[in-house]
Design a protein around this ligand. Structure first.
Ligand code: AVJ
Length: 320
């Protein structure tokens, strides 16, 4: 655990950002809140529930792909490799890889949620006794200092869930390049990318019958109330998911149901009736388009697999 300490300073800033990012986002003419603030303890728990929804196909489809190809990924991984996961959350999919990888040097989960990291570490250490787990709390979009201990060892990155799709293209390329740097020369990356598909299927996945995604989205406002003493009346905002076919992305918004004013840390923000607060983009790719993006981020595409229904893709990339 002592290895983790030198990254603590960075990570504390991630949370205190919430106030300033919320101010900036709500002050802009087109209001928005960055999607990384979804993942406090409550939001991370809601996201886990999303992954179990019948409508939310990405988790099941990606799990199928990883189950089918984990042995192949393990065979291509040299002994003594460090597995580094970006945005590890509950680390459930990681277990599919870990079950096949018998001589890893360490597993390094990176996440902004302390609660998620602690829970995952306990479960992984129990199931894989002897595996070194070195959690890092931080925002993987920023360069993160890796533990000293792993210097010089081969690295395999793991970035499942199509989380890269939350970024618009320039930022996605930057993120891919940042991961290439964190994985060193000869690094490889196993990365999930959600595929373009029928619009109804996409919308259902982001606007489920049971309202779990709505609760996940609205948790941003509840979090502002909890952490910043804001006075959002959450019942006065609605969840909205739309598909922009030209941009190939699902967009999520919180829509003000009335004209209203909200106070956050002594500042007042006005909302018109029907005004939208943008909260998330979730880009959808085709295989060639994703390969082009990865190439622009400094990676060479090596393998790609899809599930039987072709809903989701998993790419293996290597640094150039
Ligand atoms: C895990 C961040 C990729 O965009 O599908 C799920 C987050 N948002 N439902 C996604 C999410 C709404 C998810 N990512």
């Amino acid at each position: 655990m002592s290895l983790v300490d030198d990254t603590r300073v960075d990570s504390i800033e991630v949370d205190s950002d919430f106030a300033s990012e919320l101010f900036d986002g709500l002050s802009a003419p087109a209001k928005s809140i960055p999607c990384r603030f979804f993942y406090d303890a409550a939001g991370s728990a809601l996201f886990e529930r999303i992954t179990e929804l019948p409508e939310y196909y990405p988790t099941r489809a990606e799990t199928e792909i990883l189950r089918d190809h984990a042995a192949k990924i393990a065979r291509d991984t040299p002994p003594g490799t460090v597995l580094i996961e970006f945005g590890s959350g509950s680390s459930l999919k990681t277990e599919l890889l870990l079950a096949e990888m018998h001589d890893l040097y360490a597993y390094v989960p990176i996440d902004i949620s302390d609660a998620a990291l602690r829970g995952a570490q306990a479960r992984i250490e129990k199931r894989f006794p002897g595996l070194r787990v070195l959690p890092l709390r931080g925002d993987f979009a920023q360069p993160i200092v890796m533990p000293q201990d792993i210097a010089g060892r081969p690295r395999l990155g793991f970035f499942p869930g199509s989380t890269v799709g939350n970024q618009e293209n320039p930022a996605a390329i930057k993120l891919l390049a940042n991961m290439a740097r964190m994985l060193d020369a000869n690094g490889r990356l196993v990365i999930g990318a959600d595929l373009k598909k029928d619009e109804r299927r996409l919308i259902a996945a982001y606007d489920d019958e049971g309202g779990v995604t709505a609760a996940f989205n609205l948790n941003l406002l509840k979090r502002a109330n909890r952490e910043l003493g804001a006075d959002f009346d959450v019942s006065q905002f609605d969840h909205l998911a739309e598909y922009d076919a030209d941009r190939g992305r699902v967009e999520m918004y919180l829509v003000s149901q009335a004209e209203q004013t909200v106070e956050v840390l002594g500042r007042r923000f006005h909302f018109d009736a029907g005004e939208r607060v943008h909260t998330e983009h979730s880009h959808k790719y085709d295989i060639e388009g994703f390969r082009v993006l990865a190439t622009r981020g400094g990676w060479r595409p090596l393998h790609v697999w899809t599930d039987a229904e072709r809903l989701f893709s998993v790419h293996v990339l290597e640094t150039v």
